[in-house]
Ligand binder design. Structure first.
Ligand code: UT7
Length: 329
């Protein structure tokens, strides 16, 4: 049976570096607290002129160049984002227009930090279904627009970035995207949300005054669920693939907090080196996090042809999931 493979990846982060020290000038925090509690040292913030699509456009161009493909060859564009340019039109259509992917139909997916893995699964099944042959999957976020500078628990965590992957069909069996497992639990949605600005509480002076257009998070609760659910997803997906966690050459977990990553790594009894970490540079970039990390891991030589790679993520919803790839490039 043919496989769905990653033909190319790309990522883009805005130029502006914001250090923990910089944040300590605007909120009551310090580098020592942020570094030890999260592992984050700095993050990137987009300029006022840049929106999520602008970051996604650059990542998309890089992924297409990496795949040696032209945008006209794309059949669809899926964008995972929770900080898209506008309520509508979707961010995917903006990326389509900019890169000239005229044959592609475009859709955004909302699954917060898990969005990229959810979009990968959807894209894989679309290609498997036979109607599409090449799909661009993008994770693009301008999280800096959702931060509450009066909430030091959360404003220090997030950053802006985008990553993209081109998925295509390969004749080679049992390679590329091997297996995915996704899950959601809507009963816990209130623990992590942006409650205002949608149809539940449309934008108003009250919404602005209550900071409801910003991220609200019960950090400790989210932390616990992230560790438990990503660990379980990793174990379940290994079992589904007939693999042991030792068989995975490189883990690419959602980059939220290095303490979450270490807790998962210990539960899976894996060495630290197998877990790719770049959150010290970018913070939590939500749907962009996993694909930016995958792109950096590949480009830095951490992932080699034939390696089994696990992506895992957890986010608002709650949503979470994992997938295993056999790296073909
Ligand atoms: O993408 C998926 C969603 N997000 C996540 O996965 C994030 C999950 N949660 C976390 O990463 C962590 O819970 C946080 C980093 C948000 C918080 O770390 P924590 O170890 O759970 O700290 P805490 O909330 O228990 O707070 C400990 C102390 C508190 O002071 P007291 O009450 O002990 O005196 C906070 O007020 O740290 C204080 N604190 C801060 N101090 C300096 C909270 N934020 C800050 C800050 N700077 N930025």
């Amino acid at each position: 049976m043919s496989s769905v493979v990653v033909a190319g990846t790309g990522s883009y982060v805005p130029d502006r570096v914001v250090t923990n020290e910089d944040l300590s000038k605007i909120v009551d925090t310090n580098d020592e607290w942020i570094s030890t509690r999260t592992g984050i040292r700095e993050r990137r913030f987009a300029s006022d002129e840049e929106a999520a699509s602008d970051l996604g456009i650059e990542a998309a161009r890089r992924a297409l160049a990496d795949a040696g493909m032209d945008a006209s060859e794309l059949d669809a564009i899926l964008v995972a984002t929770c900080s898209g340019d506008m309520i509508f039109p979707n961010t995917a259509s903006m990326i389509q227009h900019a890169i000239g992917a005229r044959q592609a139909f475009c859709l955004d997916l909302s699954a917060a930090c898990s969005g990229f893995i959810f979009a990968l699964k959807v894209a894989k099944d679309m290609i498997r279904g036979g109607s599409e042959r090449a799909i661009l999957v993008v994770g693009a976020e301008k999280m800096s627009t959702l931060l509450d500078w009066e909430d030091r628990d959360t404003c220090i965590l997030f950053g802006d970035a985008a990553g993209a992957a081109v998925l295509t069909l390969s004749d080679e069996p049992d390679t590329g995207l091997l297996v995915e497992q996704l899950a959601s639990d809507g009963s816990l949605g209130e623990l992590l949300s942006v409650p205002g600005g949608g149809s539940r509480a449309p934008m108003s002076e009250q919404v602005l005054a209550d900071r409801m257009h910003c991220i609200k998070m019960q950090g400790r609760e989210v932390f616990k669920h992230a560790v438990v659910n990503m660990t379980q997803a990793a174990l379940d997906i290994c079992e589904a693939a007939g693999l042991h966690p030792d068989d995975i050459a490189c883990y690419i977990p959602h980059q939220a907090n290095v303490r979450i990553l270490r807790a998962i790594q210990e539960r899976l009894e894996q060495p630290e080196e197998k877990f790719f970490v770049n959150l010290h540079k970018y913070g939590n970039t939500s749907a962009a996090s996993v694909i930016v990390a995958l792109d950096e891991a590949v480009k830095s030589g951490r992932i080699k042809t034939g390696d089994r790679v696990m992506l895992a993520a957890f986010g608002a919803g709650f949503t979470w999931g994992a997938c295993i790839l056999k790296w073909t490039r």
